[in-house]
Design a binder for this molecule. Structure first.
Ligand SMILES: [Zn+2]
Length: 208
């Protein structure tokens, strides 16, 4: 795992530390490809980053549930909640686990199925033009330092690789699907991202 060094109160990342993207995949991610994806309407339009949280079973960390959900292999008898969700066909591009491990399920130039009904600045179907990043966690507790370190490294690397992304177009699922979604939730430290990326985050998805 490459480290981000902390200097002067902010996280500083030099270009040589960035993760490389090859064929839409991060070179240091654990790859676990999901069938739950399709083509983007415009493969070159990757212009938004959406942050989520997920834990399976709910509020439990470190298990195989997320991999299984995203690869359609969840056993509905393993947990009562799995009976409700085992037929969902969903995915995200990335998952950042509690220890900072980065898992990739869908290449970035493909459309992952993470946002659902959503709107960002007048555009709907945010899956078309966004990258979805799941933070392993819940709406009810803080995320780990290791997760923020990985997240910031990933975001910086994506900003360097995809020219239509911008540090001001980073938002939460709750902001592009208000009233329907609550993640990444009140414990996600947007101020930390804002300081590091020198942007006012989260970007507000819907026009007031
Ligand atoms: Zn979400």
């Amino acid at each position: 795992m490459q480290k981000i060094s902390k200097k002067g109160g902010g996280w500083v990342l030099t270009k040589k530390n960035l993760l490389q993207v090859k064929n839409g995949l991060l070179d240091t991610a654990r790859i676990k490809l999901s069938p739950n994806h399709d083509e983007r309407p415009d493969e070159t339009d990757i212009s938004l980053i959406v942050i989520h949280n997920i834990s399976l079973p709910p509020s439990e960390f470190g298990g195989k549930g997320i991999d299984q959900l995203f690869t359609n292999t969840l056993d509905k008898n393993e947990h009562p909640f799995y009976k409700e969700i085992h037929e969902l066909r969903v995915s995200s591009h990335l998952l950042i686990r509690r220890d900072g491990e980065i898992v990739q399920y869908v290449p970035f130039h493909k459309r992952a199925w993470h946002a659902g009904i959503s709107e960002f600045l007048g555009r709907d179907v945010c899956n078309d033009f966004s990258i979805g990043i799941e933070m392993e966690g819940t709406d009810f507790e803080a995320f780990k330092d290791e997760q923020y370190q990985s997240l910031l490294l990933v975001i910086k690397s994506l900003l360097a690789h995809y020219p239509h992304l911008s540090n001001s177009a980073i938002t939460g699922h709750e902001h592009i699907a208000p009233g329907r979604k609550t993640d990444p939730g009140p414990f996600f430290d947007w101020a930390r991202l804002s300081t590091t990326l020198q942007a006012n985050l989260p970007a507000k998805g819907c026009r007031a």
